[in-house]
Design a protein around this ligand. Structure first.
Ligand code: PHE
Length: 454
């Protein structure tokens, strides 16, 4: 057996889990989903989802991981031997690889933007030039592939060395810096003309806009942003020491992740409404069109902008690492494959899959507008694996906790080594009844509405 390793401290675990959670989900996807799903109404549902579903599910994944000391597949095999629950783990491994494939495409663009900012292309650029730059980067048949290779290559290298925990050292300094930078950008954005219209769009909810689609998207976004539903947090939890307080860790992860997303919204939406020709519903391109505008209107924009894209790349890579670690730990634990080989195999598969996403933003017409569906390949992967699969995976984990492995075992795991879990009863009710019921409702509603529209 290879040594599985463990976190050097509770702080190390929280930092790694926060590193997994905080990423493009907060800064790229949250504003883009908010923009395409009606603004404040979406934010409202999202926040409810984080509190009611997100925190109990974080607790559950960490407890299942720590109790079994295994990867997601091994965890279900250990806690529910001779059953098919391990399939939930397999789904998680597959989901992780697919998310990694398209997530790295976006991370690649972010990385590329470091050099565009550095070459001073954004200073004085208007909305049209900025859009043109975005199309050139994302729609080229070569640039996105090179960027993708760099991101997946780097991720694979880190995971193959098993030095994720070394990354703790940097992230614990760099993530607060990223947060600080976002605050400065938010201040600049909030003082642009028409900012107030952005604030209204972002914060004053029109509850009549909430329908099955908005709720399903908000739920998917909450799980995506918290890295839930595919075993990433479970895997990280498997390296956590028994004396640590699982509830405390979960609350921290949820709080910091949500805070970063909310601040990102304050950077994006005021700026969107300050520029003629920009729409909050611009889709995946949103931040790539809006951030350069904020940067171009700032004193010292070159330095701030470059720093921003550097830090965003780092935030993205701490997430891609966790995506790859799930499958890697699975191959190591279950097939005794050497870490290095495991990481390279899965990184390779993910890169090949990622090629389709990388070419689906303009480079190849067929992939950019899929027949019948009308959307691009990257967005399709995001809907299936970044939303539906995570919601389904979360449902399975809640059902496993409530009805197979039993809540009392989870509570015993949380309370090992005399940790006191104050919200025991509340957690029990949530994970057993509320969480699965709400997810099921959302699922059924979503499917019915989708079919009614066909
Ligand atoms: N939570 C990460 C982000 O918000 C993405 C992610 C999803 C990472 C699922 C791991 C698992 O950027």
């Amino acid at each position: 057996m290879q040594d599985r390793g463990s976190w050097s401290s509770r702080f190390g675990f929280v930092m790694a889990a926060v590193g997994s959670a905080v990423g493009l989900g907060n800064i790229w996807r949250f504003p883009y989903y908010t923009g395409t799903h009606g603004g404040a109404a979406f934010v409202f549902v999202y926040l409810l989802a984080v509190i009611i579903l997100g925190i109990p599910l974080l607790i559950t994944e960490i407890a299942v991981g720590r109790a079994s000391n295994k990867n997601p597949v091994g965890a279900f095999k250990t806690l529910a031997p001779n059953s098919r629950w391990y399939l939930v783990g397999i789904l998680g491994v597959v989901t992780g690889i697919v998310i990694l494939s398209y997530y790295s495409v976006i991370a690649g663009w972010v990385f590329g933007y470091i050099f565009i900012t550095l070459s001073n292309k954004f200073s004085g650029a208007d909305e049209q030039i900025i859009s043109y730059i975005f199309q050139t980067v994302s729609g080229s048949p070569i640039i996105p592939l090179i960027l993708l290779l760099i991101i997946i290559g780097f991720t694979t290298y880190i995971v193959s060395k098993g030095i994720q925990s070394g990354i703790e050292r940097y992230t614990k300094v760099l993530m607060p810096v990223l947060f600080f930078l976002l605050i400065i950008l938010a201040i600049r954005s909030l003082t642009l003309p028409n900012a107030i219209r952005g604030i209204e769009f972002y914060l004053s909810p029109d509850l009549s806009k909430i329908d099955a689609k908005v709720i399903a998207a908000a739920l998917g976004q909450a799980f995506f942003s918290l890295s839930l539903g595919m075993g990433a947090i479970l895997t990280y939890g498997s390296y956590l020491a028994k004396r640590e307080n699982i509830f405390g860790c979960s609350a921290w992860i949820a709080f910091s992740d949500t805070l970063v997303a909310i601040v990102a919204g304050f950077v994006i939406f005021p700026a969107v409404f300050s520029v003629e020709g920009l729409s909050p519903a611009d889709g995946p391109a949103l931040i790539f069109k809006v951030l350069p505008i904020v940067i171009s209107k700032m004193p010292g924009g070159l330095i701030f902008g470059t720093a921003l894209f550097v830090l965003l790349t780092i935030a993205a890579v701490t997430s891609t690492i966790s995506l790859l670690e799930v499958g890697t730990s699975f191959l190591i634990d279950e097939y005794n494959i050497e870490r290095k080989r495991a990481a390279y195999i899965l990184g390779g598969i993910s890169f090949i899959l990622g090629i389709f996403s990388a070419l689906s933003c303009g480079a190849v017409g067929f992939l950019s507008k899929l027949p019948f569906l009308g959307i691009d390949f990257l967005s399709l992967m995001d809907v299936i694996f970044g939303n539906i699969s995570l919601i389904f995976g979360s449902l399975c984990i809640a059902l496993f906790a409530g009805y197979k492995w039993k809540v009392d075992n989870i509570i015993a795991e949380i309370e090992s080594e005399n940790v006191n879990f104050k919200f025991r009863m509340l957690y029990k009710v949530l994970i057993k009844y509320i969480v699965p019921l709400l997810i099921l409702l959302v699922f059924v509603n979503f499917i019915v509405e989708t079919f009614l529209k066909l």
